[in-house]
Design a protein around this ligand. Structure first.
Ligand SMILES: [Fe+2]
Length: 213
């Protein structure tokens, strides 16, 4: 599928979220250690929640409302946007249930496996739905300028955390896509990524309980 708008960052963020949901599922399936401790003490869990929320709330605030105005009267497209918002609304309570299970010394351990399955299903289903149906509608109804504004607001909400976010988002992106994304960054960001951020992220081992905070 080719789009007029550049969807590279959107699908790269989605891939990063899917990758982390899989890692979370693997951690909850481990038997040798308590997954509550592993998740609760891993900086990767906090990063996953933060970046997932930034992505979804920026879409909710900056993308769907712009599209609703552009698509006024188009019933099918508006129903799709309502579905995107409804799917987002399912994910926050799931993250809260995770944190409740992590904090529950009695039965939390048993609940984590089911929660990880739900996360993979609900988040994976949502991202697939967005990619298969919503990206095409975004492409038709959002202007280049609105798309740039959405991207800028997404970056603004990441803020000073960019030094961890960029290597996180590119962690599984592959050489070609990494080069494409870095190629569009300002020189000082590209240099910081190459000289400091990547190595700091790799060294911080975000899914180990001792990972640096
Ligand atoms: Fe998205």
């Amino acid at each position: 599928m080719t789009y007029k708008l550049d969807m590279t960052m959107m699908v790269t963020v989605h891939d990063a979220l899917r990758r982390e949901a899989e890692r979370i599922a693997r951690i909850t399936a481990r038997t040798g250690d308590d997954p509550r401790r592993l998740l609760g003490a891993a900086v990767g869990w906090e990063m996953f929640k933060t970046y997932l929320r930034v992505h979804h709330t920026t879409e909710d605030d900056m993308l769907w409302p712009v599209m609703e105005r552009a698509l006024a009267g188009q019933t099918d497209e508006l129903a799709l946007l309502a579905a995107m918002e409804a799917e987002h609304a399912l994910i926050d309570p799931l993250l809260e249930s995770f944190d409740a299970a992590i904090a529950d010394p009695d039965t939390g351990h048993e609940r984590l496996g089911d929660l990880a399955d739900s996360l993979t299903t609900v988040l994976g289903g949502h991202l697939r739905h967005e990619e298969r149906e919503a990206l095409a509608v975004i492409d038709l109804s959002v202007t280049e300028e609105q798309w740039r504004t959405f991207g800028q607001e997404h970056s603004r909400r990441i803020g000073a955390d960019a030094s961890r976010y960029l290597p996180w988002v590119l962690d599984s992106a592959g050489e070609e896509r990494t080069a494409l994304i870095l190629g569009r960054m300002p020189d000082h960001i590209r240099a910081a990524y190459r000289d400091e951020w990547r190595a700091a992220y790799d060294a911080s081992k975000i899914w180990e309980p001792s990972g640096r905070r």
